[in-house]
Design a protein around this ligand. Structure first.
Ligand SMILES: Cc1cc2nc3c(=O)[nH]c(=O)nc-3n(C[C@H](O)[C@H](O)[C@H](O)COP(=O)(O)OP(=O)(O)OC[C@H]3O[C@@H](n4cnc5c(N)ncnc54)[C@H](O)[C@@H]3O)c2cc1C
Length: 510
């Protein structure tokens, strides 16, 4: 009797290691295709870096808080026959965020997607800057369109898949390979304005000095598309993916860490869990930190990316994170708030080149209960504070506590919040060592590999093992890269790799 395609696929079992956004998205795609999918996650809760902390009536999104590029999420849900509006109640934030400066004088500005309001803000920094912004954003939008059609949703098999005729032709027009800082300075003179057009690179784990201008697409994402928020918090996305995965038949095993990928004659046979159990599989897809998988879960001869590969890489920053429960209201803040360091270059130097605790750090404060009161008990506010710091730094408990206190004082002074320290009734600190412990993150980086030119597109680690035939990767360290939308796309790209689909744009069906 001949088996149909569907029956053949049904007999295949795939194991996914890690339940971050990449792993969860992959579980849905493969289950939809008809695979028997089992996902093993070492933590008790799914989501990876996109996680949830619930304490004393406060709900904190532990990692991501900016819901950007909504069209990517919409496309993904459609691909698995779901409507995003059945799962997420999305709100567009206007203003998108508030920026605070302390360049001699303290001041702040709200940033909008609304063109009239944005014009007012830009002109207040630098006369005639709005016309320059429009010119710059038109370029960023055109480049975004090309990137989404040609580069983001594709697999790379050689350098020429990236450095093709189109890229070389557009390299001059879009100054693709200049640093973002050089590029932005061509448009704007005001230093604070330059910072406003460069800070988005931290989302990519880079700095304006080590990220190429091809990532100006982030300005289109920020100023043209805007910033969204799912009511109830970003963790609603994880819950939605899990719900859909279960409906499609995925088995999620939380609190079970994988210790080794068992390989025989160049094929993964399955995985051995930390508790000693062996689980058989026809294919293995790893979403856990790639450096961790390659260097600790595979024998040396099966490592495509051994330790010496990671030693040379530019890592995205780690972060000092504070989760604060605050008594009383904080009218000084909006949903997203950013403070930009006065000596911008020095701050990035202290993160990327000469790792120390930054002296005048830039930082970010999220105050979601401005529009979502349920995130904190009545009359109280919830704050998530993120300070980018170098990955891999060694520190004592005392240093960590001291630096956290310094940051709280800085929030008080730069954002004008009186008595913040005295009003904190809940506090949790999360830093480099926690990234290592909780997510097995290499050197405690918060985001993975930075998007330098040499770590982008065909130069980013590929999504398959060159030594183990049926072992694949998904998530921030492979293509296209860092961030929720990119990790979701990475699942689609890895899916294409597994099924030998050569299409360059996004998939129309599974
Ligand atoms: C503080 C912070 C703020 C961020 N802000 C934003 C934002 O605003 N917007 C945005 O879009 N993105 C943001 N990001 C980036 C985004 O969160 C990540 O790029 C994305 O969530 C990474 O997903 P991933 O698929 O790579 O998996 P990860 O989140 O890295 O998950 C991997 C999973 O593998 C598990 N694992 C590890 N080892 C094992 C093992 N041995 N066995 C089983 N499981 C294992 C881990 O526990 C983890 O759950 C932020 C990240 C951080 C940390």
């Amino acid at each position: 009797m001949e088996l149909s395609n569907k029956e053949f696929i049904l007999s295949k079992k795939v194991i996914i290691v890690g339940g971050g956004i990449g792993g969860l998205s992959m579980s849905c795609l493969l289950a939809k295709k008809g695979y028997e999918v089992a996902l093993y996650e070492k933590e008790e809760r799914l989501g990876g870096r996109c996680n949830l902390l619930e304490e004393k009536g406060y709900s904190f999104d532990m990692g991501p808080s900016w819901y950007l590029i909504p069209e990517v999420f919409e496309h993904f849900f459609k691909l698995i026959d779901e409507k995003i509006e059945d799962h997420l109640d999305l709100v567009k934030l206007e203003p998108s965020y508030r920026v605070f400066f302390d360049s001699g004088k303290k001041y702040n500005k709200d940033i909008f997607t609304n063109r009239e309001k944005l014009k007012e803000v830009f002109e207040s920094f630098e006369p005639n800057s709005f016309a320059k912004l429009e010119d710059y954003l038109a370029k960023a939008e055109e480049q975004y369109g090309i990137a989404m059609e040609e580069f983001v949703y594709r697999n790379y098999d050689s350098l020429f898949d990236f450095l093709n005729y189109k890229v070389i032709k557009s390299a001059k027009k879009f100054s693709l390979f200049k640093s973002m800082d050089e590029y932005i300075k061509k448009f704007f003179k005001n230093r604070d304005l330059q910072k406003l057009l460069e800070y988005q690179l931290v989302f990519l784990g880079g700095s304006p000095y080590n990220t190429p201008a091809l990532y100006k697409i982030m300005s289109h994402v920020d100023f043209n598309q805007g910033v969204y928020y799912p009511m109830g918090g970003i963790y609603k996305l994880v819950e939605a993916l899990e719900r859909i995965g279960r409906k499609l038949g995925v088995s999620y095993y939380n609190g079970l860490a994988v210790e080794e990928i068992i390989v025989e004659s160049g094929y993964a046979q399955g995985v051995r869990l930390e508790n000693g159990h062996f689980i058989r599989a026809d294919e293995v897809v790893c979403n856990a930190d790639m450096a961790h998988v390659e260097t600790t879960m595979l024998k040396k001869k099966y490592q495509t990316y051994p330790q010496k590969y990671w030693d040379k890489k530019v890592l995205a920053p780690s972060g000092l994170i504070l989760y604060l429960g605050v008594d009383g209201e904080i009218p000084e803040l909006t949903h997203h708030n950013l403070y930009f360091s006065f000596d911008w270059e020095k701050n990035f130097e202290q993160i990327f080149k000469k790792p120390i605790w930054p002296m005048d750090p830039s930082f970010y404060v999220c105050n979601p209960n401005k529009i979502d009161p349920k995130m904190a008990p009545e009359g109280k506010e919830n704050l998530f504070v993120f300070v980018p710091i170098a990955a891999g730094m060694i520190y004592s408990k005392g240093q960590l506590k001291g630096y956290a206190e310094k940051i709280i004082k800085m929030i008080e002074s730069t954002m004008g919040i009186k008595d913040l320290a005295k009003r904190i009734e809940y506090q949790e600190i999360f830093c480099i060592e926690d990234f290592k412990k909780k997510y097995n993150s290499y050197k405690g980086t918060a985001l993975g590999l930075a998007h330098t030119l040499w770590q982008s597109a065909s130069m980013r680690p590929n999504n398959f093992s060159k030594k183990v035939k049926n072992l694949f990767y998904v998530g921030a360290n492979t293509n296209p890269g860092i961030g929720l939308p990119m990790c979701m796309i990475s699942a689609e790209v890895t899916y294409k790799r597994m099924f030998g689909i050569k299409e360059i744009g996004n998939l129309k069906e599974i």
